[in-house]
Design a protein around this ligand. Structure first.
Ligand code: NAD
Ligand code: ZN
Length: 252
């Protein structure tokens, strides 16, 4: 079955006002990643870790989904989609996007490593807070996946990415590809791939690189997908494939 697979990073939420990771003026520049997002050392840096994610949680409350999140939500209703995101914010879900897979967890959850319990947290983790299941305090970390931590959604993701078909469409938005080198897979796969990033990084690894910010880029991507389905995308679509791409559409 033809599918539209989106793979998004911090650049998708940049125009909502959430700074990216590695860009200059990125918020993480002032923090040592080894201290705030490194699983083997998080307990040693317990207070700093919680202070950092408390700030992020509060900051994210005041931001809204942008037109790019809304476009992905629209696609998820029209087409068969899987929306893989590295983002820990909830803007795709808030925009109404269906079938979102959050590869790196979620800022609004906590995980107790002492008992495995995962529970929601929408405000600050403060001194009196404890795991509601086992009462541990020191065992509770933010529900964001740290470097070196098991990422439960990875096996399913790699399975999908490793088996892309020629009637699949992949749209990659706003990632430096440093954590997950998605460009190596789009480069090898027969799927039609679109990258949206104002920086021209790995542009040869995609069928088309749209050098625009996410909110403008998705408008162009939306046209390209429609053209693939209609069979009017110059040089790309054959009759056989046009038929297959039309299966991207959900019935009814
Ligand atoms: P990254 O910061 O490494 O890369 C961001 C990319 O987005 C860059 O290539 C940049 O050129 C591009 N970009 C910047 N502004 C853009 C815009 N308006 N439109 C489109 N692209 C734009 O981000 P990453 O690759 O996602 O890796 C960062 C890691 O940090 C992830 O694992 C993620 O969990 C975490 N993170 C998440 C958030 C969030 O949830 N919003 C924010 C920062 C970091
Ligand atoms: Zn517990």
């Amino acid at each position: 079955m033809a599918r539209l697979i989106t793979f998004t990073g911090a650049g998708l939420s940049a125009e909502s006002g959430i700074p990216t990771f590695r860009d200059r003026d990125g918020m993480w520049e002032n923090y040592d990643v080894q201290k705030i997002a490194f699983f083997p050392a998080w307990k040693q840096n317990y207070d700093l870790v919680h202070r950092f994610y408390n700030e992020r949680r509060v900051q994210m409350k005041s931001v809204e989904p942008n037109p790019a999140h809304h476009m992905l939500a629209e696609w998820s209703k029209k087409y068969h989609t899987i929306n893989y995101t590295q983002n820990i914010d909830d803007l795709l879900v808030r925009a109404g996007c269906e079938n979102v897979v959050r590869l790196h967890g979620d800022i609004y959850s906590m995980r107790c490593v002492a008992c495995g319990h995962v529970f929601p947290k929408y405000d600050e983790w403060n001194e009196t807070d404890r795991c509601p299941n086992c009462d541990s305090r020191k065992g509770v970390k933010p529900g964001v996946i740290f470097f070196g931590e098991n990422a439960p959604e990875y096996p399913g993701f790699w399975k999908t990415i490793g088996r892309l078909q020629e009637d699949d469409v992949v749209v990659v938005i706003g990632t430096s590809a440093e954590v997950i080198p998605i460009h190596l897979y789009t480069q090898e796969s027969p799927a039609y791939s679109i990258c949206i990033n104002p920086k021209k990084e790995y542009e040869d690894s995609y069928d088309i690189h749209i050098t625009k910010k996410a909110t403008k880029g998705v408008v162009k991507a939306d046209k390209l997908i429609a053209e693939l389905i209609e069979g009017t995308l110059w040089k790309w679509t054959t009759n056989k494939l046009t038929k297959a791409f039309s299966n991207l559409r959900k019935q009814g």
